[in-house]
Design a protein around this ligand. Structure first.
Ligand SMILES: O=C(O)CCc1cccc(O)c1
Length: 404
């Protein structure tokens, strides 16, 4: 059987980005996807794309970053409350023409539709209904078996098949890290386009209408994401079954949204990173959720999956053009190590956000309380309260040239 230069496993946003980045290098690409053509995954999932992410998309495919920027909703005001008191507000000016917004907000399903169209226009080949059942690497390449009974041979493979990645398991790479005990319920509601809420990101510590639970509201194009942080001892079902969702949702959003729920999910977040982003033969590179899973606060999931995908494509291109096998292996290892370093940095950033929200440590509780007391006298304390639930603003500098 002829060996393809590279296969991508998984047609989610990171897989589609890998495919486009490989096409940008002039390589033929086949994407294997377990689902059938046209599948639509429920839920908003990733909704928040940083400017760097849109710029990376624009770099690999002219017009793509801008299309996603324009398709999304740009909220320019963020506000934070402690109980009933507003402790911070900031409004950003709209960027001048030609400058990408600092972020845009678009449901992952809609971003995927745009990425998929660009992939087909760029000549990416898709093989649907191809659930990977077996993946083996050797010094020569990769052999993948799929549920359809087909066997696929390639020199390299990008594993973007999500948190339960079969590719990762097949090549014997484990995820390391904890599961956070606190539970969060995340709800999407459809926006009322004739009478939308103001496009503002709101964070409430101790929301008075929901017995002092923390609540985050993030508007995105045609929708709003509402997250509630449950208390220890709360029964997640009480907040996530249809009646339960409605009970708390209509206390944090106008009543009409109680009948506009489109998706509900309960999470206990994993904060895990793969032990290695490549296999022993340097033939597979893991990217996105196949390589790391973080809590969404700080939006470091897809925003780091995109640079993972591009690093994998660059490493594989270098390996295919390398003068000898040692040089090829070094190119793959370098890409894998760089993105693993970035993932460790991103996990730490996400851990800091979670620790701030959970406030299990007395020092965090003290710092938060002190900040509330002085927030009315200056914006620094308020700014801390506003940004801390999302972790440090900085991207993974040392690890990834300033990208997530
Ligand atoms: O305000 C921010 O910087 C991030 C807001 C956000 C967006 C999407 C998901 C999430 O958990 C937080």
């Amino acid at each position: 059987m002829n060996s393809l230069p590279v296969i991508v496993v998984g047609a989610g946003p990171v897989g589609l980005t890998s495919a486009l980045a490989l096409r940008a290098q002039g390589l033929p690409v086949v994407v294997l996807e377990a689902a059938s053509a046209g599948r639509l995954r429920p839920g908003s999932r990733a909704i928040f794309y940083h400017r760097q992410t849109m710029q990376l998309w624009e770099d690999i495919r002219a017009g793509l970053g801008w299309e996603i920027a324009n398709a999304g909703l740009v909220w320019s005001t963020k506000r934070t409350f402690w109980g009933e008191t507003q402790v911070y507000e900031r409004t950003y000016p709209f960027p001048p023409p030609g400058v990408m917004p600092a972020s845009t907000n678009l449901g992952q399903v809609d971003a995927e539709k745009i990425l998929f169209r660009h992939c087909t226009e760029a000549g990416v080949q898709f093989a649907w209904d191809q659930e990977v059942t077996d993946a083996k690497t050797s010094p020569e390449g990769v052999i993948v078996k799929t549920s359809s009974g087909k066997e696929w041979h390639s020199k390299y493979l990008v594993g973007t098949d999500g948190g339960r990645s079969v590719v990762r398991k097949q090549v014997g790479i484990e995820l390391e890290g904890p599961r956070i005990e606190d539970a969060f319920v995340i709800v999407d509601v459809a926006e009322d386009v004739d009478d939308p809420i103001r496009p503002e990101r709101l964070y409430y510590y101790e929301h008075p209408a929901v017995e002092k639970r923390n609540v985050l509201l993030v508007p995105f194009r045609n929708g709003i994401r509402a997250d509630i942080q449950l208390r220890r001892g709360d029964d997640p079902k009480h907040f996530s079954d249809p009646e339960g969702v409605k009970r708390w949702l209509v206390r944090v959003l106008p009543e009409k949204y109680g009948d506009r729920v489109t998706w509900v999910s309960t999470y206990q977040f994993l904060q895990v990173v793969a032990k290695s982003f490549t296999d022993e033969h340097r033939r597979v590179v893991l990217a996105g959720e196949a390589a790391h899973l973080f809590a969404p606060f700080g939006a470091r999931g897809l925003n780091s999956g995109v640079p993972d995908a591009i690093a994998a494509a660059t490493g594989i291109t270098q390996a295919l053009n390398a003068a000898n096998p040692q040089q090829a292996a070094a190119a793959i290892q370098e890409a894998a190590d760089r993105r693993r370093d970035a993932a460790l940095y991103n996990r730490n950033a996400s851990n800091l956000a979670l620790e701030h929200m959970r406030a299990h440590d007395w020092r965090t509780r003290l710092k938060r309380k002190a900040s509330v007391m002085i927030a009315k006298y200056g914006s620094r304390a308020g700014s801390y309260l506003d940004s801390a639930p999302f972790g440090p603003r900085a991207a993974a500098r040392q690890a990834s040239d300033g990208i997530y």
